[in-house]
Design a protein around this ligand. Structure first.
Ligand code: ATP
Ligand code: MG
Length: 252
């Protein structure tokens, strides 16, 4: 069965999309088939793999709300083995339109069920909120990766997120596990080092050995619609995400 990994943290701007896009691309580079699912109305993951907004016909909204088959919206990317379910702003409406529906937390799981076993990994890029879209991600996945930015307040909100994960596991998705916490945007400063130490002391082996450095190429690559391993394949950011992919494969 495919691994379905939700990259999630309700805090904004911590590196979720950067991680989802670059982990997906790095896994695909190893020869696996990977489906990247953009669960965020901001559509950043869709742009990050170079999908032209105007080329998108159907989005995750159509699948979640109207029950359109996900087969109609899976798009190939320029990168071998890497596929995308795109989204854009209309996905905001899904949060509202699904509120009164029965089984609304299970929509994404149902949408992905017919296709998930065609892929080695399905990677979900969650929005920065613990709303219905993220809840759908948590119900649909087999594990979560939680990026934490190496900044003051890194751990803020983490206990709320972990409690939500436990609630979902106990009530809706017995498969759910925390795959790992990922430190992102690490800089060689005292603050970054201190945050890394605190997080490792607090969460122990849950923290990936791989730590993602702050790296200019990582921030530039999305504007070219390219995962960093294709934009600047030898930069520190590319090396870090390749290493993360290996760690994810090892952790199983
Ligand atoms: P949101 O909560 O809005 O969805 P996010 O958690 O998905 O945000 P990203 O979009 O991945 O966060 O990253 C936020 C910003 O920081 C982006 O401009 C991104 O290019 C930049 N960024 C992320 N990781 C790094 C890094 N390791 N080095 C440099 N810039 C980074
Ligand atoms: Mg994002």
């Amino acid at each position: 069965m495919a691994h379905v990994i939700a990259v999630t943290n309700q805090k904004g701007g911590v590196g979720k999309t950067t991680t989802a896009v670059n982990l997906a691309a790095s896994l695909a580079e190893t020869g696996l088939r990977v489906l990247l699912v953009d669960l965020d109305p901001q559509g950043n993951a869709s742009q990050g793999v170079g999908i032209d907004k105007n080329a998108i016909e159907k989005t995750l909204y159509n699948a979640l709300v109207e029950g359109t088959s996900v087969l109609d919206m899976i798009m190939p990317t320029e990168y071998e083995g890497l596929f995308l379910v795109p989204s854009h702003r209309d996905l905001v409406g899904a949060e509202i339109e699904l509120v009164g529906e029965q089984g609304r937390e299970f929509r994404l799981r149902e949408v992905l069920a017919p296709v998930r076993d065609r892929y080695g990994f399905v990677i979900l890029d969650c929005p920065p909120a613990l709303g219905l879209l993220t809840l759908n991600g948590l119900v649909a996945c087999t594990g979560v990766i939680i990026p934490l930015q190496c900044e003051y307040y890194a751990l803020e909100g983490l206990s709320e997120l972990l409690n939500t994960v436990i609630l979902v596991r106990d009530n809706m998705n017995a498969d759910l596990a925390v795959k790992g916490v990922l430190l992102t945007m690490y800089q060689h400063t005292n603050l970054s080092r201190q945050v890394m130490e605190d997080v490792r002391n607090h969460l122990g082996s849950k923290v990936f050995d791989t730590c993602i450095p702050r790296n200019v190429s990582l921030s530039e690559a999305p504007s070219y619609g390219m995962p960093v391993i294709h934009y600047d394949k030898r930069c520190a950011g590319a090396q870090a995400y390749r290493q993360l992919a290996q760690e994810v494969l090892l952790r199983g």
